[in-house]
Design a protein around this ligand. Sequence first.
Ligand SMILES: [Zn+2]
Length: 572
Amino acid sequence: MDLDRIALKWALKNAVEHNGRAMIGPVIAKILGERPDLKSDIASVRRAAERAVERVNSMSLEEQRAMLMEIAPELLEAKRVEEKRLPPLPGAEPGKVVTRLPPEPSGYMHIGHAMSGLLNYLYAKMYDGRIWLRFEDTDPRKVRLEYYESFRRGYRWLGIEWDYEKNNSDDIELFYRYAEQLIRVGKAYVCTCPVEKIRRLRAQGEECEHRSLGIDENLSLWNEMLAGSFLEGEAILRLVGDMKHANTTMRDPALFRIIEHRHPLTGNKYRVWPLYDFAVSIEDYLCGVTHVLRTSEFALRDELQNYIRSLLGLNRHPVYIEYSRFEFKGTPVSKRRLRTILEAGLAKGWDDPRFPTIEGVRRRGILPEAIREFTIAQTGFSYAKREYDWSLLFAINRKILDPLARRLFFTPNPVKLLVEGAPKASIEAPYHPSNKDLGSRILRTSSEFYIAGADAERMKPGEVYRLKYLLNFKVLEICGSQVRGEFLGMEPMKDVQIIQWVPADEYVEVEVLVPDVLYLNDEINPESLRIVKGFGEKAVETVKLDEIVQFERFGFCRRDSESKALFIFAHD
Ligand SMILES: [Zn+2]
């Protein structure tokens, strides 16, 4: 790898870890760490680092991630140190663990998928194991190409690297062979009862007349199913289970059904599709999955899946670990409920920052590192249903962002301030009080400013305030939408409230979308998205798309538009 490429790699890594901004010093250190032989030519190393940092800093955070994924994906992987904090996995042997990401591409990836995926991934890493990305895509009516991509993009964004990828729909012929095998040992039969009858008999624990058909008859009916002699809904292949079993999933469940619908990957090639349990039982075996970490609504299915495998002679079952669904207060993950909100025009798209979709959460300014930390912190394998409060995730996000985000002045609902006697000034103010690497900006001022409306509202004549980094003034009068004050010097004073400001002749119009929860007490929250308008200091123009900054005394906000100063509020 040549020097420029090495520099580019480390600049990307540094930027991705620092909210989109690479710094020259750490990049040089990394280059020399990788190539100590270059210490004799430090000038070239520095120039390469400078070029790389300049290039990388002109890219958006998403572009940086994408490029790093392309040239050095190993640098995007989750950090080792975190994985050590997970509780041990029962029956896990180093080097032998295989887990899976099993998304059904029937909707956009959401935060619950993310947390589940992270657990499976982190455990695979913790035990030097392997992980599959396997799309459970055997319901052609539900799956869509864009959803496959939503999951791939989402997992990548989280830093999850999978070792293998496949689709259940790749294996339809194989599923047919296993189905025939079951029929031949008398463990599956074709049932042509109407749906209501099947439902009624299952509830009553009674068999239908088709259960006693002979093997030859079943084989020929099965072949007719495959050949298209039955229409959708006219025939299913059922497992010979136990119609009196306490676990109702064991009561002769359907294994295959007919779906007359074009599949986005296999087209019209197949019309007989396996149901979830059948496909998963076989795929988990074929993939050599040793541990399945999943939410507890699947708990009743373990028995059925183990049973299907046993009948087929596939005698190796994964260890199942179940935990309650990851849900957040006021934020349904149900597609139906989210669609209601979309159709009512209350949100613009699935990437709405109030939505639990990965795109929504990303736009909200939540970092993948925060989701990872949060997931690890919450791992207790508890069955109890619980709803998380967003504030827990925000707290972790804030902790990560606080030392990395530039702090800028923003004055919501601005009011003009005239400070009589204030000299023209030009001051250099750091972007961060302790992280000097973030640099500084120059603020040029005269005697007119804008301050936040809320600050102006509180002021009373005679009170003294300080414009941060700049000057002190005494309030003289508040008339209409303007505050008049008297200059009291530049040196900081004791016990004076410090406020944010922007120069009256140099500011940027800023709009911030402030999301809140979609539901309050199970009713749609009418105030779930507020728009706050105000003025930001000139340096707002230097904030890149996707960069998260802290508007002082307002909150962390992510830039959402390249062409205008539109931000989305993450949290305070
Ligand atoms: Zn029947």
